[in-house]
Design a protein around this ligand. Structure first.
Ligand code: HXC
Length: 258
């Protein structure tokens, strides 16, 4: 499928979705987020895709929601269309693992998009920020909630109230990103991580994703019960039998996603 604001390639069972509005530093407008929703749904349905990577350009993952598109809107319009609610849902409804590969600016909605993915690998040039306060607004794609859960209240308040940017070293230190790599290696490293995930059973990977995601949405007791039941349920899968048999027979497992 051809997109106006995205470039999508599928290689070795990994879908690479590249945000492509270079003139606006990949600012997230309705077209881009609408297309991203469609591309994620298509990747989720496609048996050839086992993992998804979302990336931007070297200069910007995304510099936020598109300020030009939002500037003249009023409350009634924003509320009436529930601005970007469906698009935010589409990201978290995606069941296959999504890696955000971030280089350059990931600001406002760009930082929020990266955080809505399952984990973030960034380049040493990455800059994260929630500078919405400078525009007289607050984050609207989950930033005040996710950043706080990921890095704690103090740093989240600091980021949202001062609007300052965080560099890659700080992002790794505080657990916002899983790894920092040299800018020139970003895509190679993200694809390597994607390939590792693609080797696994998609069924199991989706259950793992549900369990870890649940930890941000429920109490420890409920979350551990959810995990235990998921663990039990996987014993109904062929891939559990295959994974354990392969270990015992000292061979590589052949998962069939069943
Ligand atoms: C629309 C944007 C944009 C944005 C950059 N551009 N960010 N357009 N929306 N968020 C455009 C610029 O207008 C400019 O277009 C071109 O991209 C290059 O940007 P420059 O500013 O010239 O580049 P530079 O000097 O290198 O500065 C980079 C920057 C700066 C630091 C990232 O662009 C910046 O501060 N951008 C805004 C960041 C921001 O406030 N994000 C939060 C948005 S609100 P022209 O046509 O002039 O060349 C948000 C809310 C989310 O995200 C909630 C949604 C529900």
């Amino acid at each position: 499928m051809a997109y106006e604001t995205l470039i999508v390639e599928i290689e070795d069972n990994v879908a690479l979705i590249r945000l492509n509005r270079p003139d606006a530093l990949n600012a997230l407008n309705s077209t881009l987020l609408g297309e991203l929703s469609k591309a994620l749904a298509a990747a989720d349905k496609d048996d050839a895709v086992r993992c998804i990577i979302i990336t931007g350009s070297e200069k910007a993952f995304a510099a936020g929601a598109d300020i030009k598109e939002m500037a003249e809107k009023g409350f009634v319009e924003m509320f009436g269309e529930d601005f970007f609610a469906a698009e935010a849902e589409a990201i978290i409804r995606t069941r296959k693992p999504i890696i955000a590969a971030v280089s350059g600016y990931a600001l406002g909605g760009g930082c929020e998009l990266a955080m809505a993915c399952d984990f973030i690998i960034c380049s040493d040039t990455a800059k994260f920020g929630q500078p919405e306060i400078n525009l007289g607004i607050v984050a609207g794609l989950g930033g005040t909630q996710r950043l706080t859960r990921f890095v704690g209240k103090s740093k989240s308040m600091d980021m949202h109230l001062t609007g300052r940017f965080m560099d890659a070293a700080e992002a790794e230190r505080c657990g916002l990103v899983s790894r920092v790599v040299p800018a020139k290696d970003l895509l190679t490293e993200a694809k390597k991580a994607g390939a590792k995930i693609a080797e696994k059973s998609v069924l199991t990977a989706m259950v793992v994703k549900e369990c870890v995601s649940r930890s941000y949405e429920t109490t420890l007791r409920e979350g551990t019960l959810f995990e235990r039941r998921a663990f039990h349920a996987l014993f109904a899968s062929e891939d559990q039998k295959e994974g354990m048999a392969a270990f015992l027979e000292k061979r590589t497992p052949q998962f069939r996603d069943k």
